[in-house]
Design a protein around this ligand. Structure first.
Ligand code: IMP
Length: 179
């Protein structure tokens, strides 16, 4: 077992690159099968999903497009949780099949808000592909169409996911070691 130190936290290997890539390929197969005739637009949510998006796209064999977006916090203080604004979506999604590509769904609040924003733009269908889901932490009723892996509630880093901006570059996924 490999351990890494990021700032004040220690992490240990949790999911190997090999296992991640196997599950990402499976998700891509499902999408290839389901959306063969839909010419979907993949909307990749930066920063966390960059590795997942890249590996997923390499396995897609159907006609498709991709766009990268960010969720930016409003300036100022957040009273009832931070509302985040969608930036960078320049495509007209009216009547289109959209697939959100996200790194991790934790409480699901970010995804719920993103779904609302995209659905207001009159797409034909909006689907969700998430590399990871923490099912026990979900606070909202969310249907996640494509999930590479369900994981426990612990904090993780690697394969695009960060702790305070660090750790995105690791090929494997690491879980925090509680003291
Ligand atoms: P949610 O709104 O609670 O579902 O949070 C989703 C966002 O929180 C993700 O897109 C990540 O940026 C971040 N996040 C949640 N859990 C983790 C984790 O274990 N490691 C790193 N980032 C996480």
């Amino acid at each position: 077992m490999e351990t890494i130190q990021i700032k004040d936290k220690r992490f240990k290997t949790f999911i190997s690159e090999e296992q991640i890539l196997k599950e990402v390929a499976r998700v891509a197969d499902e999408i290839n099968r389901d959306l063969a005739d839909a010419n979907p637009l993949f909307v990749s949510v930066l920063n966390g999903s960059f590795m997942f998006t890249s590996d997923l796209m390499k396995h897609l064999t159907i006609p498709c497009e991709i766009s990268f977006v960010k969720l930016a916090s409003y300036q100022g203080t957040c009273t009832s949780g931070c509302v985040k604004e969608l930036v960078g979506l320049n495509n007209d999604i009216t009547g289109r099949t959209v697939v959100i590509v996200e790194d991790i769904v934790d409480t699901g609040l970010t995804m719920e808000r993103l779904l609302e924003t995209l659905k207001a733009k009159n797409p034909k269908d909006v689907r969700i592909a998430s590399l990871l889901v923490k099912p026990d932490k979900l606070k909202v009723d969310l249907h996640i169409d494509y999930v590479a892996m369900n994981i426990p509630n612990d904090f993780i880093v690697g394969y695009g996911l960060d702790y305070d901006g660090l750790g995105r570059n690791y090929r494997d996924i690491y879980t925090v070691i509680e003291d």
